[in-house]
Structure formats: C-alpha cells, structure tokens
Ligand binder design. Structure first.
Ligand code: G3D
Ligand code: MG
Length: 176
C-alpha cells in the first residue's frame, strides 16, 4: 500500500486548448492523444513521487470551462499549494491572458506557488511567444520558475510537475 507524508494539491490553469489536460495525461499515463480528449471535471489525478527522500502525493486538478463558475471555483482552489500557469507558445492571446489567471489564483489562494509553463514547444515553426518573453514574464510576475514543455513528445513534462513538487516541499519543510 502506498504511504506518503504529504498530499500537494496542484492546479492546471490557463486558457482553453493550451494543453492542460494533455500535460496531465502525459504525466499520469505517459501518453498523448490527439483529436478527442475528454474534458476532465473536478476529479483530481494523483501520482506518487519521492522528492528529496520524502514520499508525496501530487494531486493534479485540471480546470474545465465549467469550473469558472463561482461555486466550482471555490472547491477548485481550496487547499491548493501550487499551480502550473499554462499558455500555448503558438498562441499569443493565451500568453496575454496570463495576468487574469494569476490574479485569480492569488485572490483565491494567496500563498499559492506558481510555475509558468509554455506548452507546445514541439511546434517551433509556429512559435508566437519567444522563450525570453516567457522567462521575463515569469520573473516579473513572481513565478517560482519557467519551463517550456511538449505534452505531445513529453519534453520537460515530468520536470514541470516535479520542480513544482520540490518547491512546495521546500516551502513546507522550511516552515517547520
Ligand atoms: P486544454 O485542456 O488546455 O483545453 P488540451 O487543452 O489538452 O485539450 O489540448 C488542446 C489541443 O492541443 C489538443 O488538440 C491537443 O492534442 C493539442 N496539444 C496539447 N498539447 C500539445 C503539445 O504539446 N503539442 C502539440 N502539437 N499539440 C498539443 P486537438 O486537435 O486534439 O483538439
Ligand atoms: Mg482540458
């Protein structure tokens, strides 16, 4: 039986179609499915990880359109320790909407740790937001880190979630 010391509730935030569900599927099932992706409601996905000798449960909450209603939003944000704030590097509008996502996260969960994720970096030819812009935005908005990922080919997906877990763990253990 799995035993673990902590559960870390981590949210996936960002505009529709940036790849939030695909990132979760890649991390949990190590697969990518194009064309038909079921929208995940309020059911979280979990993966156990050993981070710095500590067994933790990374509990991932993927946001779907309906979660933007106020009553759902409260449940969604309640107890969240971190969020991957995600945009699509080929769609500038999804980058420009980050301010709104970050403001909402900080309103609902004032101490939440945010990691900026630029997804779809397999589509280099269609890139619309440079890596430098992403880096700068992460720094200016107080994110704990920035990473470019591809849910399609798996690049950096584990890294994104595990770095998030490491930062949360460090935050908790330095408080004890
Ligand atoms: P969302 O959960 O943020 O709404 P989805 O986004 O995970 O549903 O993904 C939206 C679309 O982007 C899907 O296309 C999905 O296959 C595609 N996608 C997600 N991540 C990547 C990626 O890293 N690279 C590429 N090239 N595409 C990606 P479809 O066509 O299935 O609707
Ligand atoms: Mg989705």
């Amino acid at each position: 039986m799995a035993s673990y010391k902590y559960t870390f509730k981590v949210l996936l935030l960002g505009d529709g179609a940036v790849g939030k569900t695909s990132l979760v599927q890649r991390f949990i099932h190590n697969k990518f499915q194009s064309g038909y992706l079921m929208t995940i409601g309020m059911e979280p996905y979990s993966r156990f990880e050993t981070i710095k000798d500590t067994r933790v449960c990374l509990q991932l909450w993927d946001i779907a359109g309906q979660d933007r209603f106020a009553s759902m939003r409260q449940i969604f944000f309640k107890g969240s320790l971190g969020a991957l704030v995600t945009y699509d590097i080929t769609r500038r509008q999804s980058f420009e909407n980050l301010d709104t996502w970050i403001r909402e996260a900080r309103t609902e969960s004032p101490r939440i740790m945010l990691m900026l994720v630029g997804n779809k970096n397999d589509l280099e030819d269609l890139r619309d937001v440079s890596t430098e812009e992403g880096k700068k935005y992460a720094k200016d908005s107080g994110c704990i880190g920035f990473i470019e990922t591809s849910a399609k080919n798996g690049i950096n997906v584990e890294n994104a979630f595990i770095v998030m877990g490491e930062e949360i763990l460090q935050g908790i253990e330095s408080r004890d």
